[in-house]
Structures are given as structure tokens and as C-alpha cells.
Design a binder for this molecule. Structure first.
Ligand code: MEZ
Length: 538
């Protein structure tokens, strides 16, 4: 599992590594204190990227006019459609369904299963393939309060506080109350959760949790969940139209959502999908690389659902808040920005600066941890230079000092393999980390039935804002895709039974363009973005 060393450390890294090794025994025993509320507030305001005002823009058009979003997102939200209404013949219907699901990740698949279960004619459309999604990339686990010392109420308090008391109470309540049942559902579908020999689920802490409620499948939790959901979708024969993106929503003459214009990603052919209800499940936005950060996200995470929804009038909530996962890989460069699961810290690894000092509690909430690492590397000068920026140590050998030999291979084999490819044995040496763009805290505003501000347009998964507030705890995203994916599938399929569609229109495109012009927005940007552009600019 550990190959020949190809990662080349600098002299400074090797010197610093010696300091980390020398301090390790003392560090393992040392329990750093948690920060006070005041310390956290000051830290976030000074070092968290969400507070860097120059990186945000005030929207001039649309339902969130006057609101602030990251500059890169503003360009897309206030971009031009990829089509004009005259490009599409809305009388020629290519797909006619009850429930159209846009996105083939965990939320989309969960929604499809429930809509199908409710007897709806359901279809998934995805610009890549089913499972090419952030769900697949999630590692550390999924939260649910299903142990005797825990309860949904305690789960609620942890998440509400961790999200700066900004979560929509009715959404968070649903998340935590439906969590135990969500785990059972996944278990029955065939997810191979980690269990003790008597069948009890193994649970661990995450940042900001007061109880051990992280259920996992080693550190392949998302891949295992997605594998199971994908099998279920395919076994049920639910149609999945892959390599086909949604590039514009369709409304009916009464302003209700009624389908989408699809584009075949290979041929460019435009297709019309008519639907009684639509579920937006397009995921996140890491591939927009806000503020130049690397990302742990999959290739298709380009905020498409926010753009499509916004253009038809769906409001966004907390679109100015992003999650930078504290521990992205900072070295070697081949895996720059890749996720180093929080579970590494749950199992006992501490964050250590270039001088070998433990400078913070390893399980502060993510926004606090990320800001603290940024401060340590920048203002305090206690980081190390890498070819891509800065980093400091996550002392992984502490895991086996604490949990015993074999813990790493048993509990986090993906991490062992990821670094092992470059000859770095995380059982014996620490790894370099720095925050990486991981999650979109904000997104489409929904009510507890999963509907956005546009009638018959539902949303589920990372495209939604408000479930977690302004910061999300580890493991509550895999949970939300299941709880709110299933909910959207149930609600949208039920609603579809009562919908009579009016004539289809794409009038909103011209209307939005007129609003842009009136607001003085001049743009050549076409949106949704669909795929990131990594071509070198010469
Ligand atoms: O919820 C997440 O983002 C998660 C489980 C990530 C991780 O650190 O593994």
C-alpha cells in the first residue's frame, strides 16, 4: 500500500519533521484547550475567507438583488443564458415525466428512489454519469443520533451552534429527527457500515460534536453510500440520461416550473424535458475555486443549480458562505487540495506547526479550524512553504500511538493509499495540510417540503442553503442528501399527482436579460458554467 518514495521534501520540511517527531510523545498526551466564543469570533473575522470583503460582490439583478455573493458566483448568476428562447422548439417534447431530477449524486439518487417508490414516472438527467458527484468524494461519515447517550435534540444543538445559530430551524429539525431512520434505510439498502462483531454501528466524534455519532464505512463512506444508491436506481430501472446537462429551466404560462432544456454534452443537441415537478440536485461549487483555493470537489461542481434556479426567480440563502475544509492535502502537488478526512483528527491526529507545537484543539468546528490554520501559516509564520503555497502538519502517527497498531489501515485505508502512492507512510510520518474549498453552505432557499420559491421546483443536497446555517459540521452533508433527497422525492412525486401543466415558455430568459441591462450589468459570461476550464491562458 506504500510505494517507493516519489514525493521530494524540501530541507525545511525535513528539518521541521524532525521537530514534530521529537515532540510527538508529549503531543499525544497533551489535550489542547478549546477556544472561547470571543476568540473564535475574532479569529473568523480576521482569517476566514468568508470575511474577506474584497472577494465578494453585491448582486445588481435578480431576487437577491442587494445581497452579497462571491465574485466568481456573481458573474455566473448575472451571466447570459446559453440559449435564447428561439433556439428551442417547446412543442417538440423529447422527455415527458412526472418528476425530473437534475443531478446524479446522492441527493438526486435518493429523490429518484422515493419518487419511483411513490409511483411517479421519474427521470434523472446528469451532465456526467450517475455517481460523479461530491457524495462519492465524501470520506469520514454520516451523523445520526441513534445511540442511547444521544438524541436528535443534542444533535440539533451541536449543529445549530456550529452553524452560528443561522440554520432554518424547521430544516435542521427535520435533518436531525429523520437521521436515525436515514441510517436504517441505507443499512437496509446494503451500505456496509463499520460495525462491531455484535452488529453495533461504530461511531466517532467529528469537529463540534458532543457525542460520537459519526457512522462510517472506513473512509470511503460517500463512495459506499453512492454505490448503494446507484445500484438501487439502476435496479429499479429508473432512466438516467447521462452526459446531458440542464442549461435552462422551463416554466409554464403560470410561472410554475415545468421542465428543463437539456444539452447533450457530446453532440450539443438541445432536448426538451417536460415535467410536472423538477428537483434540483446539482450539488456544489468547489470547481469555481473561490479566492483561488484548491478544492476537494468533483469535476462537475460548478454551481449550475444556483444559476438555473436564480434565473427563474428562486431565492438564495447564505450564498456568501463557503466551507473550507481545514485539512486539504498541501503536499505532494499531485494531490494538492484533495480531502484529508476529518476522521484522521477524530482518531487522534493533532495539528502541529512547523516548530512541532500543537497550536489548537483538533476538533474545533471547520470554519474555526480552517481560520486557525490560515493564521498559523500566515500571520504567525509557523507554516512551511510547499510548491503550491503553505502547509502545516497533521501528525498521523499519533493515531496508532493512541489507538494501537493497525488502526490506520483498518479505519482510514483511503488515506493510507492516497499518500502511500507517493511513498509517504502516514503510519510513520506526518502529512502537510492546508484548507481546501469543500462545501457550499448556502444555496437555494427551501421550505420543509423541499420546494424553492418557484412553484414545483424542489431542491435537495448541497444546492440547498439554510439547513446548516453559516457553517456545517462533518457528516451532516451525507445526512442531508439522504434526508432531503428522500423528502424531495416524496413531496415532488405527490405534488405531481395534482399538477396540470400550462403552455411551456422560456420567456424568463429575455426578462432576466432585460433586468441585467436595466441594472447596468454588462457581461459576456455564459452560464451555467457546466465544466471548469483548466486550459492554460497564454
Ligand atoms: O461531511 C463532510 O464533509 C465529511 C464527512 C468530510 C470528511 O472530512 O471526511
Amino acid at each position: 500500500m506504500v510505494e517507493k518514495r516519489t514525493a521530494v521534501y524540501t530541507e525545511a520540511m525535513l528539518e521541521s519533521m524532525k521537530k514534530v517527531e521529537a515532540a510527538r510523545a508529549a503531543n499525544t498526551a497533551f489535550e489542547p484547550r478549546r477556544m472561547t466564543a470571543e476568540e473564535k469570533e475574532t479569529l473568523l473575522a480576521t482569517y476566514h475567507p468568508d470575511y474577506k470583503q474584497s472577494e465578494f460582490e453585491v448582486l445588481k439583478a435578480g431576487v437577491n438583488k442587494g445581497g452579497k455573493v462571491p465574485t466568481e458566483l456573481a458573474a455566473l448568476l448575472q451571466g447570459k443564458s446559453r440559449i435564447s428562447a428561439s433556439d428551442v422548439d417547446l412543442s417538440k417534447i423529447d422527455y415527458d415525466v412526472d418528476v425530473l431530477i437534475i443531478g446524479g449524486g446522492g441527493a438526486g439518487a435518493s429523490a429518484a428512489i422515493e419518487a419511483h417508490e411513490n409511483g411517479a414516472n421519474t427521470m434523472i438527467v446528469t451532465k456526467l454519469r450517475i455517481g460523479d458527484a461530491n457524495t462519492m468524494m465524501a470520506e469520514g461519515g454520516i451523523q445520526a443520533a441513534d445511540k442511547p447517550n444521544d438524541s436528535p435534540a443534542i444533535h440539533y444543538l451541536d449543529a445549530f451552534g456550529g452553524g452560528h445559530f443561522a440554520a432554518k430551524p424547521e430544516l435542521l429539525r427535520k435533518l436531525v429527527c429523520d437521521a436515525p431512520e436515514a441510517i436504517q434505510w441505507l443499512n437496509e439498502l446494503g451500505v456496509e457500515f463499520d460495525k462491531t462483531p455484535d452488529g453495533t454501528m461504530v461511531t466517532t466524534h467529528g469537529g463540534g460534536t458532543s457525542r460520537k455519532r459519526m457512522h462510517a464505512a472506513k473512509d470511503y463512506s460517500g463512495a459506499e453510500i453512492m454505490r448503494t444508491l446507484r445500484d438501487e436506481v439502476l435496479n429499479r430501472g429508473i432512466p438516467v440520461i447521462d452526459f446531458t446537462s440542464a442549461i435552462e429551466l422551463i416554466l409554464d404560462e403560470n410561472g410554475k416550473c415545468a421542465g428543463a432544456v437539456l444539452k447533450n454534452m457530446e453532440t450539443g443537441e438541445l432536448l426538451v424535458a417536460r415535467a410536472k415537478t423538477v428537483i434540483m440536485a446539482t450539488g456544489g461549487a468547489g470547481r469555481l475555486h473561490y479566492q483561488g483555493f484548491p478544492t476537494s470537489n468533483h469535476y462537475g461542481a460548478t454551481a449550475d443549480g444556483l444559476v438555473l434556479g436564480y434565473r427563474v426567480g428562486a431565492k438564495l440563502l447564505y450564498a456568501d458562505t463557503l466551507q473550507y475544509h481545514p485539512t486539504g492535502a498541501a503536499f505532494p502537488e499531485q494531490i494538492f487540495g484533495a480531502l484529508v478526512t476529518e476522521k484522521v483528527r477524530s482518531l487522534g491526529a493533532k495539528l502541529v506547526n512547523a516548530n512541532g507545537e500543537v497550536f489548537m484543539h483538533p476538533l474545533e468546528t471547520r470554519d474555526v479550524s480552517a481560520a486557525s490554520i490560515i493564521r498559523e501559516c500566515t500571520a504567525r509564520g509557523n507554516g512551511l512553504e510547499t510548491s503550491d503555497g503553505l502547509g502545516l502538519w497533521l501528525d498521523t502517527p499519533m493515531i496508532e500511538l493512541k489507538g494501537g497498531e493497525g488502526t490506520i489501515e483498518k479505519r482510514i485505508p483511503a488515506m493510507l493509499r492516497m499518500f502511500g502512492k507517493y511513498g509517504i507512510d502516514i503510519r510513520k510520518e506526518p502529512i502537510l495540510v492546508f484548507p481546501t474549498l469543500h462545501y457550499q453552505n448556502g444555496g437555494l432557499d427551501i421550505t420543509a417540503d423541499g420546494m424553492t420559491g418557484v412553484e414545483n421546483l424542489y431542491a435537495a443536497g448541497e444546492v440547498v442553503g439554510g439547513i446548516h446555517g453559516r457553517n456545517r459540521l462533518m457528516g451532516n452533508s451525507l445526512l442531508d442528501i439522504i434526508v432531503f433527497g428522500r423528502n424531495a422525492g416524496q413531496q415532488a412525486s405527490e405534488k405531481a399527482k395534482t399538477v396540470t401543466l400550462g403552455a411551456l415558455t422560456l420567456d424568463h430568459i429575455a426578462k432576466f436579460e432585460a433586468e441585467l441591462a436595466e441594472s447596468g450589468v454588462e457581461t459576456d459570461v455564459q452560464s451555467p458554467k457546466l465544466l471548469p476550464d483548466y486550459t492554460r491562458k497564454v
